[in-house]
Design a protein around this ligand. Structure first.
Ligand code: G1P
Length: 286
């Protein structure tokens, strides 16, 4: 069965983004010419996803609005001969089925993923964390899906090699490399460096068999007193198995002002006009 649904947990407050995220959801802050969430959804669509489940919270309905039709604005644009931006609104809204579900309590990433279950279709689901922005080809999620097609019963996650002292910021994994992927046997959420099973961290891309929802239902609180997705994945590793790979696309930390700025620069250089590239390069040279 193909993987059609992606859950995007987006209920968090974005405390690393303050003051920019006081009144604007961090996922709507721009990376070059569009909100960061737009790039994440584009990656999912490029990998063949057709159903996007946004798990949001109070004050975050702007995310859903971004992917909705906008009849008044569309009419205004068309009246002024600006068909291209009007067409963009229509294309974006039609590019997938968008569903919003709410995470009432902030009980952790595992809980957020569980909140997306009612809108999930199929035997496997993709999860994309919008703080992890992957730019460029091939789409990072596509790398995971290709591996998942070879082992559809197992979970597949994106990995990133990090400095040992950064283990406290991530879920860390350990296992055995087989060619380009790791067969994972241990997953630990935000360990101290001496407890990390390797230098490979989980980045926010997952393909998970829907069995993960049963595991999450039974999952007690873990690190930071929250229901951790990583802890449920340890159960999956022991049962059906978990694989990990380092996606080929470039990863940026969009949950941090510096990471967001660098991602924006990358996009401007890749997608901006020749004039913009020249201006950016001269500005950086000063
Ligand atoms: C989450 C996950 C963690 C993963 C990280 C990647 O942590 O719990 O396992 O390594 O995303 O960005 P968070 O950044 O939400 O604390």
């Amino acid at each position: 069965m193909t993987i059609s649904t992606a859950i995007i947990p987006a209920a968090g407050w974005g405390t690393r983004m303050l003051p920019a995220s006081f009144s604007v959801p961090k996922e709507l802050l721009p990376v070059f010419d569009r909100p960061s969430i737009d790039w994440v959804v584009a990656e999912a669509l490029a990998a063949g996803i057709t159903r996007i489940v946004l798990v949001t919270g109070r004050g975050k309905s702007g995310l859903m609005d971004h992917f909705d039709r906008h009849p008044h604005l569309e009419a205004l644009l068309r009246r002024s001969g600006k068909d291209q931006p009007a067409d963009l609104i229509v294309e974006r809204a039609r590019s997938a089925t968008f569903i919003e579900l709410r995470q009432g309590d902030a009980r952790g990433l595992g809980h957020a993923v569980l909140c997306g279950e009612p809108a999930t279709r199929g035997d496997r689901v993709a999860v994309l964390l919008p703080d992890d922005l992957y730019l460029g080809e091939p789409p990072a999620l596509g790398d995971l899906i290709a591996l998942s097609e070879q082992a559809p019963n197992k979970g597949v996650i994106g990995l990133l090699e990090v400095e040992p002292q950064d283990s406290r910021k991530y879920g860390m994994v350990g296992g055995t490399w087989q060619g380009d992927h790791m067969v994972i046997d241990r997953l630990v959420e935000k360990p101290e460096p001496h407890d990390a099973p390797s230098n490979y961290a989980i980045t926010g891309r997952y393909i998970l068999p829907t069995q993960v929802f049963d595991l999450l239902q039974q999952q007690g609180s873990g690190a930071l007193g929250e229901i951790q997705l990583t802890d449920a994945l340890q159960g999956l590793a022991l049962d059906k198995g978990m694989l990990g790979l380092v996606p080929k696309a470039r990863r940026f930390d969009a949950g941090d002002p510096e990471g967001l700025l660098i991602a924006g620069l990358r996009c401007a250089l890749d997608h901006g006009s020749a004039e913009l590239r020249a201006r950016a390069q001269s500005e950086l040279g000063r």
